[in-house]
Design a protein around this ligand. Structure first.
Ligand code: GDP
Ligand code: MG
Length: 191
C-alpha cells in the first residue's frame, strides 16, 4: 500500500522557521519526499484547496457555534454562513506569506502523517505531534481573533483527498520518484 499524501507547511510554519524540523520528521520515519516547493498560494489555488464543500462548511460552523455556546454565548448565525466565513479566513491565511508544498510517499503514509501532525487544535494536540510540540493555538483564541486556527501544517485526510490535493499543488513532472538507500531494509521481504 504505497501511497502519496499532500502536506502544506502553512505561513506560520515558514515564518517560524520550522520547515526543516517538520520535513526531517517525515524523512526520519522512512517516508520519501517526492515533491517539494516554496510558493505563494494564488487565490484560485487556495479556493480549490479549501473546497466550497457544504458538508465541511457546515461541520466547521457547527463546531464554532458549539464552542461559543459552551462559553454561554448564544449564536444565531447559520452554521453554513459561519463555515463560509472561516473558509474565507483560511484562504486569506494561506495567502499571507510563502508556504511550502510537499508530496510525501510511503507505505500507509496518509494516516501515519495525520497521526504525526496531531489534532486540529494545537491546544489539544498531543505532545510528540507536530502541532502539539510547536503550537498552542485554540478554537477560542482563533475565533476571538477573527482568524482560522494557526496549526502550522495541512495533511490530506484520505486517499480521495490526497489524490485531489496533490493535483492542485503539483504537476506530474514536479513529482520525482527515486530510490532511498534504506528502502531495501524498510521494505525487506524474506523469501
Ligand atoms: P485539519 O484536517 O486537522 O487541518 O482540520 P480541518 O480540515 O477540519 O480544517 C482545516 C483548517 O481549518 C484547520 O487546519 C484549521 O486551521 C481551520 N479550522 C478548522 N476548524 C476550525 C474552526 O472551528 N474554527 C477556526 N477558527 N478554524 C478552524
Ligand atoms: Mg483537513
Amino acid at each position: 500500500m504505497i501511497e502519496r499524501t499532500l502536506v502544506l507547511l502553512k505561513p506560520d510554519a515558514v515564518q517560524r522557521a520550522l520547515v526543516g524540523e517538520v520535513l526531517s520528521r517525515f524523512e526520519r520515519t522512512g517516508f520519501k519526499i517526492i515533491g517539494l516547493k516554496m510558493c505563494y498560494a494564488a487565490k484560485e489555488t487556495a479556493g480549490q484547496h479549501y473546497a466550497d464543500d457544504e458538508q465541511w462548511l457546515r461541520s466547521v460552523g457547527e463546531k464554532t457555534k458549539k464552542s461559543y455556546e459552551a462559553k454561554g454565548v448564544q449564536v444565531s448565525e447559520d452554521p453554513l454562513e459561519i463555515g463560509k466565513r472561516i473558509r474565507s479566513q483560511l484562504m486569506d491565511f494561506l495567502m499571507l506569506s510563502p508556504i511550502v508544498a510537499v508530496c510525501v510517499e510511503g507505505h500507509g503514509v496518509i494516516s501515519k502523517v495525520r497521526t504525526m501532525v496531531g489534532a486540529t487544535a494545537p491546544s489539544s494536540a498531543m505532545p510528540g505531534t507536530i502541532r502539539g510540540d510547536f503550537a498552542f493555538d485554540s478554537y477560542g483564541l482563533a475565533d476571538k481573533s477573527g482568524r482560522p486556527i494557526q496549526n502550522l501544517i495541512h495533511a490530506s485526510d484520505s486517499r480521495e483527498s490526497a489524490e485531489r490535493e496533490i493535483k492542485i499543488w503539483f504537476k506530474d513532472e514536479e513529482l520525482h520518484p527515486y530510490q532511498r538507500v534504506d528502502e531495501a531494509l524498510l521494505y525487506r521481504k524474506v523469501e
